[in-house]
Design a protein around this ligand. Structure first.
Ligand code: AFP
Length: 321
């Protein structure tokens, strides 16, 4: 049996050639990043960089290395008009003026997992650029406008999961450095008995979220009438991947710690691309069970939102809690 490669899949896609180039460059760079992540201490990839990013978070060396690689590779692609990253204060327009696409990324999702050798990822979102010389305002497009979204998961296997709005497919990185189609037509089950949330924040959540999670914890004897399992990897890529593989729901809700920040996760680098993938796989991606993440009109490049996504019937149950 001949296994299809990502290159062959991209070549056959019914999308513009420019988008094919962007996806090819993003996938190639993720394969390179996989090598650096796997090298760990041997690749000088562990530990703090000593720098603080725009989110006021201490950057790890790997945050900086992966951000630099993606930025350079994408800005060198003639189809790219500009990039924005969770790790950079401002958007970076390309020096060429022929690009059609804006690429937004979280170069290394789950940074706290790096030094403990647990799963991390890269998340990428692609928009059409309204102009070949984009400014920040041109990036302020609702997630519904995305023309592609992907993530790479650097776990026991390195995988890349992609949508261009025609379903969701998963590719596994071979020992030859080639992405091979291994998961066709990925679909999120409608129902689940598994949830993901950082329980240590319980006391900070709103009353309805506390009530909903409390009901899950009561199991078969409670109002939900079934036992739920819980998982939390602390890397959204890995939690979303589990949901795409076997169903489940993921929450990072609004909480009281910093009332001016409506959640921890970033709309443009995490919420939108993951919402596109989850919706394309038949799941729901919302802020509160009802409001679709993809319909939010962004106000800031680094805007944060609450996230509730995954198996459709369980997101509906969350909405009615
Ligand atoms: P970093 O990319 O800054 O490491 O954050 C990871 C993340 O944004 C997301 O991937 C996780 O689901 C979430 O944060 C974990 O947050 P807690 O550390 O609060 O559990």
């Amino acid at each position: 049996m001949t296994l299809a490669s990502l290159d062959a899949h991209i070549a056959a896609l019914d999308v513009a050639d420019g988008l094919k180039s962007v996806l090819t460059v993003a996938a190639r760079t993720c394969a390179e990043i996989s090598d650096v992540v796997a090298g760990g201490a041997l690749a000088g990839a562990l530990g703090a960089s000593g720098q603080i990013n725009v989110q006021d978070e201490e950057q790890k060396k790997l945050d900086v290395m992966t951000n630099d690689r993606l930025t350079q590779a994408l800005l060198a692609c003639p189809a790219v008009a500009g990039v924005a990253s969770e790790e950079m204060d401002e958007v970076q327009p390309a020096s060429n003026t022929a690009g059609d696409y804006l690429v937004l990324f979280d170069p290394l999702d789950g940074s706290s997992n790096i030094d403990i050798n647990a799963s991390v990822g890269t998340i990428v979102s692609v928009l059409k650029s309204p102009t070949p010389t984009p400014t920040e305002a041109d990036f302020m497009q609702a997630g519904r406008n995305q023309v592609a979204a992907l993530y790479a998961l650097y776990g026991p296997q390195t995988m890349l999961v992609l949508t261009t709005g025609q379903g969701v497919r998963g590719f596994t990185l071979s020992s030859d450095g080639e992405w091979i189609l291994t998961h066709d037509a990925i679909a999120v089950s409608k129902d689940t008995k598994e949830f993901a949330i950082n329980m240590s924040n319980l006391r900070h959540w709103s009353e309805p979220v506390q009530t909903y999670v409390g009901d899950l914890l009561k199991g078969a004897d409670g109002p939900r009438g079934k036992n739920f399992n819980m998982r939390w990897v602390a890397a959204m890529v890995a939690d979303v991947h589990r949901i795409l593989m076997r169903g489940g729901v993921f929450f990072y809700p609004w909480d009281r710690r910093e009332p001016n920040k409506p959640g921890k996760l970033r709309l443009m680098y995490e919420g939108n691309p993951m919402a596109f993938l989850i919706e394309q796989a038949g799941g729901k991606a919302t802020t509160d069970g009802v409001e679709a993440i993809l319909d939010i009109q962004p106000e800031h490049l680094h805007q944060r939102i609450p996230v509730a996504l995954g198996s459709a019937n369980e997101i509906d149950a969350f909405a009615s809690a």
